[in-house]
Each structure stands twice: as C-alpha cells, then as structure tokens.
Design a protein around this ligand. Structure first.
Ligand SMILES: [Fe+2]
Ligand SMILES: [Fe+2]
Length: 297
C-alpha cells in the first residue's frame, strides 16, 4: 500500500493541494463518514493527490454509511505532479496526430477525462446520499471502469516514455459538473451528456489514430468506446426513473437539455457527427438522436 492510501481520510483532508483557483474549494466539510464505508472510500479517492493513488484505489468496502448528509463541496486533490491549467488545449487539426508528441498529449488529455469521470462518480456518491442504493452501487462499478480506462492510457504513455504529469491538464468537468443540484441532473450531465458524447468521439478518434498509423491508440479508443455504452445505458435508465421532468411527461431530449447546469448546452454533448449505432446500443432512441443532432442552441 502506498503512502497516500495508508493515510486516513482525516489527514488527506488537510494535505490536499489545490493549484486551480478556478475551482471553489472547501476542504473542511465537517465530520467525515466512518472508515470502512463506501463514502469514506469515495472521499479518499477524490482527495488523493498522486497519480499512483488515482490509478490504483483500494478495493471498495461493501457498505454505505447510514444516512450521511450530502457533501457537495468535495473537490479533487491535485498534488505537484499535476500541471493544472485553466486554458483549453488547442484542438488538433486533421494532420496533427502524425506527430508522436501530439498523440501523447492527446492520450494524456483523455487520461485526465477518465480521471475526472472516476472522481465525479465518487463525488456523486457523497453528494447525493439519498439516491437509491442500487444507483450508488452502480456508480462504484462505473468508477472502477473509469480507473481501468485511465490505466489503459497510463500504460501506453509509459511504454512510449511519457511521464504522467508531462502535459498540462484542465479540470473542465470539475469546473462544471458540481453545479448540478440533483442526481438526475448529474446523470443527464455526465452520463447522457459527457459519456454520451464519448460514444461519438471515441470511434472518431480511433479512426484518426489509425489514419496516423497508431493502431495501439486506435484499439484503446475502440475498447473504451464500447465500454462506455453500458455507462450511458445506466444513466439513461436512472434518468428516466428519477427525472421529475420525464415523470411530468417531457420528451427525453427536452428533459435532458433542461437538466444541464448553465452554461452547458447539448451542443457540447455531441461529436462533430452523431454515432447513431453506438448511441442506439446505449438505448437512446431516434427521437432523442434527431433532436440532439438538430439542436442549434
Ligand atoms: Fe471511461
Ligand atoms: Fe464512462
């Protein structure tokens, strides 16, 4: 067990470094859940501040804390190995992925997306403790998938001689997602929105890596794309169960759009073209996909 994991939640709370002032931080959020609960485990994962701890969390405990209050102010640990920026990375043009270093930078950016996804699943577990237990258990499973995805990127970067932290990262998901005020808005934003968009992006980047002669990176994209399908299906199932808008009879797309926190828009939640086959496998129907495709803001 490494040093970070051996530390208690209480001490992690004190040590966290926060190099990104764009993220409002409150680390002192009152009493922490009992050790050995899924809540304590989730908090420790978010607060861990090394790549090692983010890549290999301990096995999750089996039990939730009884009736723990919501902890929405939790924000991620970012130790000195993380080079956090507030500026977006320049998007790479069509030919840019011919360069090995440009591909490494992109793989590192994707690794950081997986990390934020894993951390946000942990955040949702403690932010919405009154969500159904089955849903929160599902979030634990998805978190573990995201950690596995992160490891796929870490392995290929390591094989190619790039250290984690060699490139700047932006905590874009963290800057936006914690504004959601309900678990159904979280599912809309992360599951239907960001993970849904990945069903468009992953096959498109697989094709771009392949065109650049990088079959290894292409296969990782394809695998992750496939493995995101159940994440979107999970979010769709629970969003339909829990969204008051859906319950009141709204169309799925309208309920999804209205659930996104400002200034997020469905425009950000899709690729240049919609990958219908992938999205249909996740259970999204034609009326949702047509509305997403036609949406102009
Ligand atoms: Fe993922
Ligand atoms: Fe995912």
């Amino acid at each position: 067990m490494n040093g970070t994991r051996a530390r208690s939640v209480e001490s992690l709370r004190i040590d966290v470094l926060e190099p990104n002032p764009a993220i409002a931080v409150t680390h002192h959020f009152g009493p922490t859940p009992p050790t050995g609960t899924l809540e304590a485990w989730a908090i420790a994962y978010v607060l861990a501040d090394t790549f090692e701890a983010k890549l290999s969390p301990p096995r999750p405990p089996a039990v939730f804390a009884p009736a723990w209050p919501p902890m929405r102010e939790l924000r991620p640990g970012r130790g000195p190995a993380f080079r956090v920026t507030q500026h977006g990375l320049k998007s790479s043009g069509k030919s840019a992925l011919r360069s090995e270093s440009a591909r490494a930078r992109l793989l590192h950016t994707f690794l950081h997306h997986e990390l934020q996804a894993a951390e946000l699943m942990a955040w949702a577990i403690v932010a919405f403790p009154s969500a159904p237990e089955l849903l929160r258990r599902g979030l634990v499973g998805i978190l573990q998938d995201e950690v596995r995805h992160m490891n796929l990127y870490a392995e290929v970067l390591s094989e190619r001689g790039h250290a984690l932290g060699a490139f700047e990262v932006r905590d874009w998901f963290w800057e936006r997602v914690p504004q959601v005020e309900s678990i159904d808005a979280f599912l809309a934003t992360v599951g239907l929105g960001l993970e849904g968009a990945n069903l468009d992006h992953a096959p498109s980047f697989a094709a771009r890596f392949r065109a650049a002669g990088d079959e290894r990176a292409a296969e990782i994209e394809e695998r992750i794309g496939r493995e995101e399908i159940p994440h979107v299906r999970f979010a769709l199932h629970w969003f339909k169960e829990l969204s008051p808008r859906v319950r009141d009879g709204a169309q799925l797309f309208d309920a999804f759009k209205a659930s996104l926190p400002e200034p997020l828009s469905p425009i950000l939640m899709r690729g240049r073209s919609i990958h219908r086959a992938m999205r249909k496998r996740a259970g999204l129907d034609e009326s949702f996909l047509s509305a997403l495709e036609a949406y102009e803001g």
